[in-house]
Design a protein around this ligand. Structure first.
Ligand code: SF4
Length: 321
């Protein structure tokens, strides 16, 4: 990695993102509030520009194999979220705000600690709404020896303006592509314009990192993993999403199709979300993706969904796997 070039990109990103914060358009909600002067948008973050709230930092072994290898992905979970999905398995941090305020310098030292522990990458989970503090911490960390790829692990509801600002800062993008139909995005995640927003952001991510790079051990150094959590009764519209990705020349992405849905948080209040998906549903989707020409499909073992459920009250090891 060329650290000078990385720092140059981070410095440019800091200036651009500072502007986006003052009239906040970081995500598809486009609240246009002045975050740096204490105003809150839909993500409900009460800004303290020198602090950031995190729920956990850990070596995580439950991510896609090209992120994890044998030594794990250096994962930092940020508190709160710009979406409020009624079935969120991380609801303790996304909606209930579990976590501790730390300084920018402490966050930078967390990144360096994870590198020392052998992490293959720094995996920023739900970073969109607190990205300004994150890039400030990345600057300190790279100035002090950070030298591993940065992975941006997002719900996909990022604005094009934000992804443009992150060019050269992010090495690996891991966006969700959650919904095709706006009515479902509105009903279950309070984001009526989800699809148009996410596809535009993902197209830009693809343009930035589509020359995939792996090391000799098969660990991803640069690239794009599009994730999709399959919801029951085709609520997420996966067939239409696959067609849209293909029509936008994205059959070369790593496509991570997740079968792990189980009704969590408020999902049992919705009849259509109250059961897991079936193996038949899952197998048909995998076959359809292959028939469209996706080159790199990651399928999960169709096993107990509870294996994937975190408990962030145990913030040193929220995952059982
Ligand atoms: S991050 Fe999104 S939800 Fe939060 S204030 Fe900015 S535009 Fe609004």
């Amino acid at each position: 990695m060329n650290r000078e070039k990385k720092l140059e990109s981070i410095n440019k990103a800091i200036l651009k993102i500072e502007k986006l914060y003052s009239n906040c358009v970081l995500c598809g909600h486009k609240c246009h509030c002045d975050r740096l002067n204490g105003f809150m948008g839909k993500c409900s973050v009460k800004e303290k520009p020198d602090k950031i709230k995190i729920a956990s930092k850990t070596l995580h072994f439950g991510e896609e194999p090209m992120l994890v290898g044998v030594s794990g992905s250096g994962t930092v979970f940020f508190s709160s979220c710009n979406l409020r999905c009624v079935y969120c398995q991380n609801y303790q941090i996304s909606s209930e705000g579990l976590g501790d305020d730390i300084s920018i310098e402490e966050l930078a030292s967390y990144f360096l600690d994870l590198q020392k522990l052998g992490a293959n990458n720094i995996n920023l989970v739900t970073p969109t709404h607190v990205i300004y503090q994150i890039v400030l911490a990345l600057k300190i960390a790279f100035e002090n020896g950070l030298d591993i790829p940065i992975a941006y692990n997002t719900n996909g509801f990022d604005s094009v303006e934000l992804i443009e600002a992150l060019d050269g800062v992010i090495d690996i993008y891991l966006p969700d592509m959650k919904y095709y139909k706006n009515e479902n995005a509105k009903k279950f995640s309070n984001a009526s314009n989800y699809f148009a927003n996410a596809i535009n952001a993902i197209k830009l991510m693809h343009a930035q990192v589509k020359d995939f790079v792996y090391d000799d051990y098969g660990i991803l150094k640069r690239g794009l993993i599009v994730r999709h959590l399959i919801l029951p009764n085709n609520i997420s519209g996966i067939y239409d999403i696959l067609i849209e990705l293909k029509n936008n020349d994205m059959c070369d992405v790593i496509l991570s199709l997740m079968s792990q849905y189980s009704p969590q948080y408020q999902a049992l209040n919705y009849e259509e979300l109250s059961s897991p998906i079936t193996k038949k549903e899952y197998d048909e989707i995998i076959d359809y993706a292959a028939s469209l020409g996706f080159e790199n499909i990651l399928a999960q073992e169709f096993e107990s969904q509870s294996n994937y459920l975190p408990d962030f009250n145990n913030n040193k090891n929220p995952f059982k796997i």
